[in-house]
Each structure stands twice: as structure tokens, then as C-alpha cells.
Design a protein around this ligand. Structure first.
Ligand SMILES: [Zn+2]
Length: 86
């Protein structure tokens, strides 16, 4: 039953990933580009913003908090309502 176990693991992982965000450790960008090999497996991920390959994953809430702490504004709000006037 090893194959079934592998499939089950992949299924769980894919569901799990939906609640995760992948971000660049350097600039916290979510614009992560995945380079896939012939089997469709991700062989390399890099930041489309700064080009770093230090990619981390976390939940969206943790990431939003990190973003706010780094840039001083809320990422979601910033994008939803446009740039706020100074
Ligand atoms: Zn980056």
C-alpha cells in the first residue's frame, strides 16, 4: 500500500498548500516563480521581484503581519484601495 500512502500524502500536501503562502525571505514578495522539471515537480523557486531563491512558506496571517512590520502598511489594504495619500 505504499503507493496509496504516497498519493494520500500528496493530496494532503496539496490541500495544505492552499492555506499557505510562499514568500521571498528577502523582500516578502509573493511573486514567486516556480521552475518545474519534466515531471512537473518544482525544481527551483525564485522571487520575481528581487530574484532571490530564499523562499519560505507560512500562513497568510503571519505573512501579513511580517509585511506590515517590514513596510509599515498593510499589503492587502494597499492593493485593494490603492496607494493612500500621505
Ligand atoms: Zn524578493
Amino acid at each position: 500500500m505504499r503507493d496509496l500512502e504516497e498519493v494520500r500524502k500528496k493530496f494532503i500536501n496539496s490541500e495544505y498548500n492552499e492555506e499557505k503562502v510562499y514568500y521571498c525571505k528577502e523582500c516578502l514578495s509573493l511573486a514567486i516563480i516556480d521552475v518545474k522539471d519534466d515531471n512537473g515537480n518544482i525544481s527551483l523557486s525564485f522571487c520575481n521581484n528581487c530574484g532571490r531563491t530564499d523562499i519560505e512558506s507560512t500562513d497568510i496571517f503571519t505573512w501579513e503581519r511580517m509585511y506590515r512590520e517590514k513596510y509599515g502598511h498593510d499589503f492587502v489594504k494597499f492593493n485593494k484601495y490603492g496607494r493612500e495619500n500621505d
